[in-house]
Design a binder for this molecule. Structure first.
Ligand SMILES: Cc1cc2nc3c(=O)[nH]c(=O)nc-3n(C[C@H](O)[C@H](O)[C@H](O)COP(=O)(O)OP(=O)(O)OC[C@H]3O[C@@H](n4cnc5c(N)ncnc54)[C@H](O)[C@@H]3O)c2cc1C
Ligand SMILES: NC(=O)c1ccc[n+]([C@@H]2O[C@H](COP(=O)([O-])OP(=O)(O)OC[C@H]3O[C@@H](n4cnc5c(N)ncnc54)[C@H](OP(=O)(O)O)[C@@H]3O)[C@@H](O)[C@H]2O)c1
Length: 537
């Protein structure tokens, strides 16, 4: 018997034997034997995808909340706690992986605390608090290097000269198509966007495209007008050439999250005593900003009308704009020189105002056909088609989560991959929100998509989600898993990904006869074998 499942793993002998055979068959016996430890020392991690990340970083799971992650890292050294505050996606958007960005911040090598876009403002603020506490504890400075332990590069993932493959080296791409994927009447706005590369860029199914967005020009002009500027005044931002304040506000500065520096500058120039006092308080602790009607930068000017600093000081006090990532929804083989994206236009209500996503609305609305955007390919970290074209795949991608699976299906059809393909797609309503319906039905007819299971949540009184369809088809799904299928999940990290994980656990219990513990162990092993991959955000 070839031992792939550790003795310590919570399985019955018969289940262990079956799993050993199952995993060995899947990995290819030679590869499996090479990987199998002589003695089986590895404890089975409890987090469902911990095998993709070292078990010693239990917070490295994007489905956990910030509070849960911080709690798990509570007694750890500063770099670990900083890592726990990050988004845990290893998406590369910041130019690092989570472990190496945490290390760069802790060591002072990277002073920019705002680079974790998935973590948003809560992450940036938490890191600041952690750093302030860490500075007072000298022991923290002697903490072991995190990236070495995490096998992640300590430096940004940047190979000099690799134009188009790093956030700091973007290349232009032209918008050639932009069409709404929702039908009229839908509660959502999702755009299919096609960009044509000006110079050759290579990508694989599972990779993302990074976009440097532009802020809303109307918002920028309003800010310039309120501060009585012309927009043509020049300003020098850290490490850069002088540029006009208009250009800085459009392309370089973050207009969503007001920084402490901004509150400070506004406070220093506020004529009204009450404004001055309140802004000074917000500069120290902005957690109560929403109580005063402040969510974004423009709100600061609207709510504190006596605070009118010089335009240049205002611009310098803003945070830096970050790129956004979008899963590539096309195969480079099917669409040479192009990348397609499925972009959900973000719009939300907060403190009685409507706010719109910067990156999604730039791509889906502001950018006009034939105009260029600055883009780069962000290679995925372990979200890719199986190397074996005969392996079957199960794809779970509700909403915009369908994007990488359109790329997977195009690639598998074009390369004539023999493995079976099963897609679970979910959205609000069949008639308004069935993205790429004709394409998908065409693939079913052409037998390039073996099974298509859909869940439309708002077509009936009770919600039906993708995980309900998975449970309905549990026996068949288990048969696919037993014959080596790979499982992929893409889309919402906070609710969907953990519910789908639970559904897979339930299927392993019902169909495989596993206990809860064993089902978790089974998924952890599946993940370790690269057969359970998630790209959630
Ligand atoms: C690897 C990866 C792949 C991705 N793929 C896709 C994809 O294929 N398609 C896609 O559409 N997106 C995808 N995303 C998400 C995408 O990168 C952006 O995060 C998304 O478009 C929102 O960015 P934005 O600039 O439009 O919004 P922003 O302007 O950045 O606004 C988002 C911020 O608004 C705030 N916010 C949002 N809702 C609320 C609310 N209700 N109340 C208060 N504040 C709120 C939060 O602070 C949030 O961080 C992906 C992300 C990653 C990391
Ligand atoms: N990080 C960011 O800034 C950012 C930006 C954009 C999107 N996202 C995330 O990406 C997700 C994708 O957005 P989207 O608009 O394309 O689709 P979505 O909001 O995920 O909705 C797609 C479908 O999933 C359903 N759903 C809701 N909760 C679910 C659950 N727990 N399990 C399974 N399905 C569930 C929805 O149903 P109902 O709506 O009827 O409940 C809908 O039918 C968003 O939810 C959001 O969290 C993040």
């Amino acid at each position: 018997m070839h031992v792939l499942i550790p003795e310590a793993a919570p399985f019955e002998p018969a289940q262990r034997a079956w799993l050993n055979g199952f995993l060995a068959g899947l990995l290819g016996m030679e590869q499996a034997l090479a990987k199998a430890p002589a003695v089986a020392p590895t404890p089975i991690p409890q987090a469902a995808d911990a095998s993709a990340h070292p078990a010693e970083f239990p917070w490295h799971d994007p489905t956990l909340s910030l509070e849960e992650r911080l709690k798990l890292a509570d007694s750890r050294p500063l770099p670990h706690r900083i890592m726990a505050a990050l988004g845990q996606l290893d998406c590369g958007q910041c130019g690092y992986l989570c472990a190496s960005y945490a290390e760069a911040i802790a060591s002072g090598a990277d002073p920019d605390l705002n680079k974790c876009v998935p973590g948003g403002r809560a992450t940036a603020k938490t890191i600041k608090v952690l750093l302030a506490k860490g500075k007072s504890a000298a022991a923290e400075r002697s903490a072991p290097a995190l990236s070495a332990a995490a096998s992640a590069p300590a430096k940004p993932q940047h190979a000099a000269g690799e134009r188009g493959y790093h956030r700091e080296l973007p290349v232009p791409a032209t918008l050639v198509e932009s069409r709404r994927l929702n039908e009229p009447g839908s509660e959502k706005a999702t755009q299919h966007v096609a960009l044509k590369f000006i110079e050759p860029l290579d990508y694989a199914p599972g990779d993302s495209l990074g976009i440097w967005p532009m802020n809303n020009p109307e918002e920028v002009e309003l800010i310039i007008a309120i501060l009585k500027g012309r927009g043509s005044e020049t300003v020098q931002l850290a490490g850069g050439e002088p540029i006009s304040v208009r250009e800085a506000l459009l392309w370089r500065r973050d207009l969503r999250v007001p920084t402490e520096d901004l509150f400070r500058v506004l406070s220093e120039h506020a004529k009204d005593y009450a404004d001055r006092t309140l802004l000074a308080k917000l500069a120290d602790d902005d957690s109560r900003a929403p109580d005063y009607g402040v969510h974004d930068v423009l709100d600061c000017l609207m709510e504190f009308r006596s605070a009118r600093p010089p335009l240049r000081d205002f611009v310098r006090a803003l945070g830096s704009l970050q790129p956004r990532l979008y899963s590539i929804a096309s195969s480079a083989k099917a669409h040479p020189g192009e990348a397609h994206l499925t972009v959900g236009l973000l719009e939300y209500e907060f403190i009685e105002h409507t706010y719109r996503g910067v990156g999604s609305c730039y791509l889906g609305e502001q950018l006009q056909i034939a105009r260029r955007a600055q883009v780069f390919v962000q290679k995925s970290h372990g979200f890719a088609l199986p190397a074996d074209p005969e392996a079957s795949i199960i794809m779970i991608g509700p909403g915009t989560g369908i994007a990488p699976f359109r790329a997977f299906l195009q690639e598998r059809a074009l390369t004539n991959a023999k493995g079976k393909n099963w897609l679970f797609f979910g959205n609000q309503r069949f008639s308004e929100d069935f993205f790429y319906r004709e394409e998908l039905e065409g693939l079913v007819q052409a037998r390039a998509l073996t099974r298509l299971s859909t869940a439309f949540s708002r077509d009936q009184a009770d919600k039906i989600y993708v995980q309900h369809r998975m449970l309905e088809e549990g026996a068949e799904l288990w048969r696919w898993l037993r014959s080596g299928a790979h499982v992929y999940v893409c889309g919402d990290a906070k609710r969907m990904a953990s519910d789908v994980d639970l559904a897979l656990q339930q299927i392993a219990q019902q169909e495989g006869g596993f206990s809860v513990e064993q089902a978790r162990g089974f998924l952890a092993e599946l993940s370790k074998a690269g057969r359970y991959q998630r790209d959630v955000y």
